[in-house]
Design a protein. Sequence first.
Length: 483
Amino acid sequence: MSETQKATDRPSPPPTAANSVDRFFRISERGSTFGREIRGGFATFFTMAYILVLNPIILGSAKDKFGESLDPVQLTTATALVAAVMTIIMGVAGNLPLALAAGLGLNAVVAFQIAPLMSWDDAMGLIVLEGLLICVLVVTGLREAVMHAIPQPLKQAISVGIGLFIAFIGFVDAGFVSRIPDAANTTVPVQLGGSGTLTGWPILVFCLGVLLTIGLLARKVKGAILISIVTMTLVAIVIDSLADIESWGLTTPQWPDRIVDTPDFGLIGHFSLFGAFGETTAITVVLLVFTLILSDFFDTMGTVVGISAEANLLDDEGKVPHLGRVLLIDGAAAVAGGAASSSSATSYIESAAGVGEGARTGFSNLVTGGLFALALFLTPLLTIVPLQAAAPALVAVGFLMMTQVKSIDWDRYEIAIPAFLTIAVMPFTYSITNGIGAGFLAYVVIKTVLGRAKEVHWLLWGASALFVVYFAIDPIEQLLGAK
């Protein structure tokens, strides 16, 4: 082989770093530039900024066991604060273009599953507890055991079920679907609109918002969800000023007296770590925490691997660089979200938008986190969005989560039936926990009936036993004389 050919075959050395910041974040080494990182940071923020609107609406629309609601202004501040701090920490310590904020799906669990059973402080305490347990799983190396315990199709079914649940919430919150009162003596539990037909300007805003959102998604417009929310909020403001509308629901779309205001940190630190045990049964608390861990942990794993692969950052063995550190930061984000009363914060798949703009390092997170910090002072502007303008985003997110259904093998009944029950039970019972429990129990039973019980991981057996107690809690309490 000639010397020229040998020189050609040698891998080229990485570009020389321009300065200490370049060296720290390995910007040039990863084939990126400051310009690409900055553009990527902006793209990620504008793609996931909808959470600043949706999280306060989802959490703010629910009431706890005592009929208390969280303040939307304080929720917006808490959501922006946690997103800003944890995104920057991930950038500096994890050096991945991976932004974090309150997780959709997780906040639905908190709002509609956990809060009705206890106070908000107790509910947020469970989020903190969940985050701490995730950190323990990472530190002890148990994440591999948990990862392998649940079959991949069931994980995908859980995401699909949550997607349908979120979409259903969107339809209900917007008034597109409403529950028929039991006094009507009908066989149909829900109906179109409030009386079987769609009436009123707010419903029109929702319908137009859905059409706009799906149109933008079909054209693969970056920031489609945020564009739809902003556009339909402006439309709602115009309609409200021209038409005589009795009620928009929780939020009336009226331009605020001022756009900039001092952040309200009133919710920060309002959590009770073990208060939930005094409000409901221990088995219920355990199952709720398990549900949170399941949703948070596996969503994060998929997101981290997916973003790293998209950015060509996986090593020769397909592993994410500094995975343990990245997962530990994600667990800490859950703790921070609970401590701030903004629900569990987690890694966002929308970070792919930044990667698409060229981001390859954690430097882009400094830009994204900085924009979230700026949003702290724009709360009045962010809290004028009516449910009818934000709910189309829930429908869109439901669709995006639904796309995972194609990966489930529907010809294998031992997988297909548990997956179907997981997906169906969640929206039909308005409970994510019920869906997961139904899927787990069906999987264990079918495997046992087929004589393949040994294929079920012991962790899944343990979880299924807990779900048996969960579903049969009333007769169990009667047998034990607790009722």
